[in-house]
Design a protein around this ligand. Structure first.
Ligand code: ADP
Ligand code: MG
Length: 701
């Protein structure tokens, strides 16, 4: 195996700070940095110089094309490649890339979902360079292209992507956090950065088997499949030794990601057979979001090269673990203080308490929005299922920290407390041991020492979604706290009051117990915490008055933008189930039915031969034939019923009712069809069964 030099490889394909320092004139470099650091508007003359340097660098690395690269509302990434070629007046061609082309592109993205924001007759949209996320080169057999991270707007200025709102929300929380820090006496911090680390779970299956399953190809999950004799009950896969084939795949993943400057850090086997995880080192939120999009893309591309297929769906297999994407979220100042880290200085601890209280209050107030950020048709199969967080939002703080907060809230004299707590005081918190805060893996939203980990998020989702909500809702609360802190006579007392108020009114959101248990579902109901088990139930939360107030007040989404996103969510939901229903019907009618009939013919022939021989007992075969026949009839009925209901539902006018009808009427019929087919799978000759089984998919790689 070839040796690799990580230091040479890392960021090799990124037009990062180091390259810029080398290649840009000092003054341009300085000006660009000022723009990035202070969030200013980019000077066109600076853009011109940067574009030229970028082009030269890209061409030296073999690039022929450039593309504006963005996150449209379908949750993936989009790109349209243009070559650097440009004609001259005397009929030659030269390599050109202007500042204008760098800063702004026109994308006729009329086929991207826009939720009515763009009619096709005014389909113009603009992509605008996000100079805070570095440009990079994508290289594969199709060539090398310079990718420029951009945001995507309509010509009327509405965001048409997932990135623009994220950038807005980062500014919004920065402003609110700085207000709080100033009120607490911090005069040094000039910036507050949202940091994100996204841990990605995925499954790997054999490519040939994948290609034999229309359900995996069209929907990303298995719509049929009986449980194999062995599932994940032996728990022998988690952190197990990595098989050679997978190891080779993971090595190439690392190399590809490192070249792209994605700091892929840990890789291990996950709980379910064939399930794995990749975690990068955290980064600034928008960079982390771009990088996660790249991670998903590279996983799939490299899997293909290794004759594997990478499944990013939240629940590719029934009966074993699903996949999530743990979104680790924190706030860090430019002076290097993690605002969720209980610090050594009393001053830092006051801010820690405030940021903690703000998160508790915000998550309780906007649990519906946080739940919504993780709501997809695919994730509905995962949440509340096998070893996945329930659909109920709660916060895990750990007993030690929870107790401490309640002490502070009660305003108890330090003498009343135990020695340990006494030594902490209010302003000097104890060093919270990581093990203490990190033990509970069943919470959807856990404090893990110096960050929060949102574990409900879907594996295939674009993390911008969750972080827009996190940032905005916490910013709202931080502003409210800043109102109270600015002008407070005694800061300690003011902080105490804020903590007390947050716990009194929002303490119900804290839950340190087992989130997977049935008792928690009941307890949560008693506490009045919402439990949205389905995406369709929570979609309306996006356009509630509370949501409109929150997002428009802080200018993260206008009401029009919220409505467009609401429509996209509805559409996405029912389109997903529509495709699933159609795929099921196709598989059941053209693969499963014929296979069953085929097998029945074999059995029937055997019965007839044995009967003609007159000396054999044919009870076994006859019984089997009867059972097959009964199930075949049930299968046919289930197909017919699904077909009828599907036809009715698809005709319902666009809107929430349509999505609800898909959930209430179509999903149960799909379920019924699967049940019969899965039963048949367990009795039909496996050589005749037309699609690879769970045993093959999960245990053969
Ligand atoms: P584990 O969850 O397995 O204990 P870690 O806590 O070390 O692992 O990290 C999990 C993820 O959280 C990693 O992607 C890591 O980079 C990220 N992370 C660590 N610190 C922060 C932070 N301050 N902000 C955002 N993400 C972070
Ligand atoms: Mg984790």
């Amino acid at each position: 195996m070839e040796n690799i030099k990580l230091s040479e490889l890392f960021s090799k394909n990124v037009f990062d700070d180091k390259v810029m320092r080398e290649r840009l004139p000092k003054s341009t470099y300085k000006q660009l940095h000022k723009t990035i650091d202070e969030g200013l508007e980019l000077d066109p003359s600076v853009a011109e110089v940067v574009a030229n340097a970028m082009k030269d660098w890209a061409i030296e690395h073999g690039a022929t094309h450039f593309t504006h690269w963005f996150q449209p509302m379908n949750g993936r990434t989009a790109e349209k490649h243009d070559s650097f070629l440009s004609p001259t007046s005397d009929g030659r061609v030269i390599m050109e890339f202007s500042g204008k082309e760098l800063i702004k592109g026109e994308a006729d993205g009329s086929s991207f979902p826009s939720g009515g924001l763009r009619q096709t007759f005014e389909a113009r949209g603009y992509t605008v360079w996000d100079c805070t996320s570095p440009a990079f080169l994508k290289e594969d057999i199709s060539g090398v292209a310079l990718c420029i991270p951009t945001v995507f707007y309509s010509h009327t200025g509405e965001a048409l992507d997932k990135k623009a709102p994220l950038l807005r929300s980062m500014e919004v929380i920065e402003e609110a956090a700085l207000r709080v820090l100033r009120a607490l006496g911090d005069t040094e911090s000039k910036k507050v950065i949202t940091t994100i680390g996204a841990e990605q779970e995925y499954f790997l299956v054999d490519k040939r088997q994948y290609q034999q399953r229309k359900d995996l190809i069209f929907t990303g999950r298995t719509l049929f499949g009986a449980m194999p004799p062995k599932g994940q009950e032996m728990e022998d896969h988690y952190y197990g030794s990595i098989k050679e084939k997978i190891g080779k795949f993971m090595r190439e993943i690392d190399i590809e990601l490192w070249k792209l400057g994605v700091p892929s850090k840990t890789k291990h086997n996950e709980v379910a057979p064939a399930q794995h995880e990749l975690a990068p080192i955290f980064a600034t939120a928008n960079v982390a979001s771009d990088q996660n999009q790249l991670v998903m893309e590279v996983l799939q591309k490299v899997a293909n090269r290794h004759d594997l297929a990478c499944l990013l769906h939240e629940k590719p297999f029934r009966g074993v673990n699903g996949s999530g994407k743990h979104d680790n979220w924190s706030l860090v100042t430019d002076t290097g203080i993690n605002l969720f880290s209980p610090g050594k200085q009393p001053k830092e601890n006051l801010s820690f308490l405030i940021f903690l209280a703000a998160t508790i209050e915000a998550v309780d107030k906007h649990a519906d929005l946080l739940r919504l950020s993780a709501a997809t048709a695919g994730n509905d199969h995962r949440l509340g299922g096998n070893e996945a967080p329930p659909a109920i939002i709660s916060i895990f703080l750990g007993d030690q920290l929870t107790e401490l907060l309640y002490h502070i809230a009660r305003g108890e004299e330090m003498d009343d407390l135990t020695k340990e707590v006494m030594e902490m005081g209010v302003a000097t918190l104890p060093k919270l041991k990581k093990e203490v805060t990190d033990r509970n893996r069943t919470s959807p939203f856990a404090f893990t020492g110096n960050k929060f980990e949102f574990r409900m998020f879907p594996s295939s989702g674009c993390i911008s979604e969750a972080n827009v909500i996190m940032n905005t809702m916490v910013a709202e609360t931080l502003h409210e706290f800043a109102d109270k802190l600015e002008g407070a006579e005694d800061l300690q007392k003011a902080v105490n009051r804020i903590v007390r108020h947050a716990l009194k009114n929002h303490g119900r959101i804290i839950f340190n117990g087992n989130g997977y248990s049935e008792e928690w579902v009941e307890e949560a109901a008693r506490r009045g915490l919402p439990n949205y088990t389905s995406t369709v139930d929570v979609i309306p939360a996006l356009i509630s008055q509370k949501s409109i107030d929150l997002f428009s007040k802080l200018k993260v989404f206008s009401e029009v933008e919220l409505h467009s996103r609401y429509e996209i969510l509805i559409e996405e939901y029912y389109k997903t189930i529509n495709i699933e229903a159609r795929t099921m019907l196709s598989m059941a009618k053209t693969q499963i039915m014929p296979a069953v009939i085929n097998y029945m013919t074999q059995v029937a022939q055997n019965v007839s031969i044995m009967t003609s021989l007159e000396k054999f007992n044919i009870d076994a075969q006859s019984e089997m034939l009867t059972e097959l026949n009964t199930l075949l009839n049930s299968l046919k009925r289930a197909i017919d019923e699904l077909e009828i209901v599907h036809k009715e539902t698809i005709q319902i006018e666009e809107g929430l009712e349509k999505a609800q009808a898909f959930r209430n009427n179509v999903l149960p019929k799909m379920e019924a069809l699967r049940e019969v087919a899965d039963k048949l799978e367990t009795i039909v000759d496996e050589k005749i069964w037309p699609i690879p089984t769970y045993s093959e998919l999960l245990f053969r790689v």
